[in-house]
Design a binder for this molecule. Structure first.
Ligand code: PMP
Length: 401
């Protein structure tokens, strides 16, 4: 039999890649370390795209999957229910103040469901968002991603035209508040919802913006009967230093999407939550994935939320934030911007980065990074040690040179 990398090159698609793009074979993941087939051990700076907040191969998460497997791996959710899903829904409701929970099978699907909820509830079909956003790769979600930053321009012709306000700035800017208001008021009668990633825009550019804009959107939407959708798929569960990005602004959306870290990086699961009044206004929601409410995923999500409740994540994230600030500061000499919020550290270069070169520099220092565009960034697992953070920031700074 051919080796795995040869077969991969022959048969496998990887995300956002041409066939045959170079990849590295992982044979084991433990704590914050990935072990490659050639024996190299890498500190994971990515948490598998925001998900593995507790680290890999965690005994409690493993146990939760094992225990659930004894009872059932999966049953359909149409007309049937089970304890792991019900317990999960109840605690997500308690965490967010949104009482009705639709369990979806990925972040993008949860965004599709959020959009459907808003359309069914209001009878309107246009959405407003801001530039620089990212909400997933399915068609409804793509239509509210930044229209020009590159990921989806191939499909622009097939996407409905939604309403875009400009990029939200980092600092408080009265002129931008007026821009949001003007854009919103011009379109309010046709809007079903405003959808944004609270405070941190992830895959659309790893930008942070001032919470005042979120508060303003909440006020405007509330006053004019438009729903506010918060996409907390990347920001949820402590990553930004608050439990949810919305907490920076002290607001509650009408609809919220969570995913990624929901299962601690174990299984694909997301949820769309909404206020009771929205659910009551909708009646029958027209969506129902085959693997909806998957018991294994729900069980490991419950265990991951247990761990989150037990661990001093606020202190951990604050410690990571301080270490990222210190470790990344010198990189500013070679960058357009260096920014840190919670357990997220970003070096933005003036020019697009040479991805294979950055990855090689980082891997030579024993660190796994996945840069894109002009961005070299990290969002490590919360259990990362000070020494590991030093390695990550050194690798990022070295790669930025
Ligand atoms: N929304 C945001 C904010 C995200 O970061 C992502 C994933 N990068 C998604 C939606 C889509 O989630 P998924 O990849 O699970 O479909």
């Amino acid at each position: 039999m051919d080796d795995i990398l040869t077969l991969d090159g022959r048969h496998v698609w990887h995300p956002y890649a041409a066939v045959g793009a170079p990849v590295h074979q992982v044979v084991r993941a433990e704590g914050v370390r990935l072990t490659l087939a050639d024996g190299r051990e890498l500190i994971d700076g990515m948490s598998s795209w925001w998900a593995a907040i507790h680290g890999y191969n965690h005994p409690r998460l493993n146990q939760a999957v094992h225990d659930q497997l004894r009872d059932m791996a999966h049953v359909m959710f149409g007309g049937l229910t089970h304890e792991p899903a019900v317990r999960l829904a109840r605690r997500l409701a308690a965490m967010t103040g949104l009482d009705r929970v639709f369990l979806a099978d990925s972040g993008s699907v949860s965004v599709e469901v959020a959009i459907k909820m808003a359309m069914q509830y209001t009878g309107r079909s246009r959405l407003m968002t801001v530039r620089g956003g990212y909400h997933g790769d399915t068609f409804g979600a793509m239509a509210v991603c930044d229209p020009v930053n590159g990921m989806h321009h191939l499909f622009n012709g097939a996407l409905p035209g939604h309403v875009f306000a400009g990029l939200p700035p980092r600092d408080l800017d009265e002129a931008y508040l007026r821009e949001l208001e003007d854009t919103f008021l011009r379109h309010r009668d046709e809007l079903a919802a405003v959808i944004v990633e609270p405070v941190v825009q992830g895959a659309g550019g790893m930008r942070f913006y001032h919470p005042a804009y979120l508060r303003w959107l909440r006020e405007l939407t509330e006053e004019h009967g438009v729903l506010l959708i918060a996409d907390e798929i990347a920001t949820g569960f402590g990553r930004t230093g608050e439990l949810f990005g919305c907490d920076h602004a002290g607001i509650r959306p009408d609809i919220m999407c969570v995913g990624k870290a929901l299962t601690g990086g174990y299984l694909t699961l997301a949820a769309t939550l909404c206020a009771d009044r929205v659910a009551e206004g909708i009646g029958v929601l027209m969506h129902g994935p085959t693997y909806m409410g998957n018991p294994l995923a729900a069980a490991v999500a419950n265990a991951s939320l247990d761990l989150l409740e037990e661990r001093p994540w606020r202190e951990e994230v604050a410690r990571i934030e301080a270490a990222l600030r210190e470790g990344l500061a010198p990189a500013v000499r070679h960058a357009k911007d260096v920014r840190v919020l919670g357990a997220i550290g970003v070096i933005e270069k003036h020019e697009p980065v040479d991805v294979p070169r950055v990855q090689k520099t980082a891997m030579d220092l024993g660190v796994w990074l996945r840069p894109f565009g002009r961005l070299i960034y990290t969002m490590p697992p919360y259990a990362v040690t000070g020494a590991e953070l030093e390695r990550i920031t050194e690798a990022m700074a070295r790669a930025a040179e």
